[in-house]
Design a binder for this molecule. Structure first.
Ligand code: FES
Length: 137
């Protein structure tokens, strides 16, 4: 086989290898940025580590989950992973979930509020028992 023929063959193979994964569709809309792991942990609110959760509008991040105290004093939780492009940039801002990467905004129930948030955000449940706050899927 001539060198030129070999490179031609290699080029076609490489092109196939690079594109084969996209035959089913590679558009951004097909990607799923929802977290796959189950969430279930408990926070002791008396632990100074979680002092940010003592004030309305405060939040902490634990195990890639944003746990926050909303403006009404309720505990809420959402994935830190944004549904837009999967960056772990979600936090609480102005009583909404906000992604600092491109500006996606979600209400506290995870409903998208702008075009970057066309897919909803995964929300977790919270349960307060004394000073113990459970966050779970
Ligand atoms: S990844 Fe969050 S807005 Fe783009």
């Amino acid at each position: 086989m001539q060198r030129k023929e070999f490179l031609k063959t290699l080029g076609a193979g490489a092109l196939f290898a690079l594109t084969a994964g996209c035959f089913g569709g590679c558009s951004k809309d097909d990607e799923d940025f929802a977290p796959t792991e189950d969430v279930d942990f408990t926070i002791d609110l008396s632990d100074p580590t979680y002092d940010n959760l003592q004030q309305n509008g405060g939040y902490i991040i634990k195990d890639r989950v944003v746990v926050a105290k909303d403006d009404n004093g309720n505990y809420v939780a959402a994935t830190q992973r944004c549904s837009h492009e999967g960056f772990y940039e979600v936090s609480l801002q102005n009583n909404e979930w906000f992604c600092g990467q491109h500006g996606a905004r979600f209400d506290l129930s995870g409903q998208g509020l702008n075009s970057e948030a066309s897919r909803n955000l995964t929300i977790y449940q919270t349960e307060l028992n004394g000073q113990m706050l459970r966050v779970f899927s």
